[in-house]
Design a protein around this ligand. Structure first.
Ligand code: SF4
Length: 319
């Protein structure tokens, strides 16, 4: 079976081995962030609807769970757009719990819909929600996140606070900094006040590690990142590929199953062979063998960054 909506597992610095579910099937979002790794938003909308049918996602997940791969630490709703825009999100989370009762569910969200009582109800079944809030300065917000008309910062930030006061699971707040846009003192001041009110279980201040939708968007330098992390009491430690590979003995996976899983994994996120092996819990040598075959037939490409080779699908359509 080829997977369209299930991808990974991918290594996540916050969640460990994360098996992704794409609830949109396309780059559908109410933001169009300069740094988005999926590329430009194709459908810029606030409309909630069943963009991908629940049964299609759950059927794929059921098939994936039958593969002989190590159990992921989380099943994560995210993918090519904003997962809360899928109006069947509640049914999908419920279905995941039925199929994989021992794997917690995480949801990545840009937080724009957290004020919606229906979304709040649906999210209450998730164990972890990872909202992002990059800036509380209006001009920076418009430039960086390019929201749909009608979305306002006071509305979104108050929505996060209201939702958080009822949510029983864990909240991991993410702030992504882009050089020269939201790395301002004014934003740091406002976000400091906001974080004091929110009191999330963890805060991550990150910057771009891969090219985003707009080539003009660049990461901040290490000094700026460290300054923000200190000021906001952000986590400095992330789960690395090395941490993941230390867990248990790497297993041998049938080459055809491993190949499918690798293709799925790099469809959403380019990765190094070590990251893939760590996320899959398999041997590096097996991963390298498959990557080299796929590279030879032109199915995948590799790019170099920070002296590492990252593999991704060739001619991959963004979104
Ligand atoms: S980064 Fe997230 S919120 Fe921003 S455009 Fe991409 S999917 Fe939407």
């Amino acid at each position: 079976m080829n997977f369209k909506y299930v991808f990974g597992p991918v290594p996540s610095g916050r969640l460990g081995r994360s098996l992704g579910l794409d609830l949109l099937g396309n780059a559908i979002c109410d933001f169009d962030c300069l740094y988005c790794e999926v590329g430009r938003t194709r459908i810029h909308t606030q409309e909630r609807k069943p963009w991908v049918p629940t049964h299609a996602i759950l059927q794929e997940l059921e098939q994936w769970l039958q593969l002989d791969l190590p159990k992921p630490d989380f099943i994560t709703l995210g993918g090519k757009g904003e997962p809360c825009l899928n109006s069947d999100m509640g049914a999908i989370i419920e279905g995941v719990h039925t199929l994989a009762p021992d794997i917690p569910v995480a949801v990545l969200t840009n937080a724009t819909l957290l004020a919606d009582p229906e979304v709040q109800k649906e999210l209450s079944a998730a164990q972890v929600v990872l909202p992002s809030m990059d800036t509380l300065v209006e001009t920076e917000f418009i430039r960086l996140n390019k929201p749909c008309p009608g979305l306002t910062l006071p509305g979104i930030s108050q929505g996060i606070l209201d939702w958080a006061s009822h949510f029983a699971g864990k909240i991991y707040l993410e702030i992504l900094l882009v050089a020269g846009i939201n790395d301002t003192e004014k934003n740091l001041e406002k976000l400091t006040t906001f974080c004091h009110k929110l009191q999330p279980n963890r805060i991550d201040v990150v910057t771009m590690t891969r090219p985003g939708a707009d080539i003009a968007a660049h990461p901040v330098d290490h000094t700026t990142l460290a300054l923000w992390q200190n000021a906001l009491g952000a986590q400095r430690t992330l789960i690395s590929a090395a941490d993941l590979s230390k867990r248990g003995v790497p297993i041998c996976i049938q080459p055809d199953q491993l190949e499918k899983a690798i293709i799925n994994s790099i469809t959403i996120r380019p990765q190094t062979p070590a990251q893939i092996a760590a996320a899959m819990g398999t041997r590096l040598v097996d991963v390298e063998k498959i990557l080299s075959r796929l590279l030879k037939i032109g199915h995948i490409i590799r790019i170099t960054q920070d002296n590492e080779w990252y593999y991704s699908l060739a001619n991959q359509e963004k979104g």
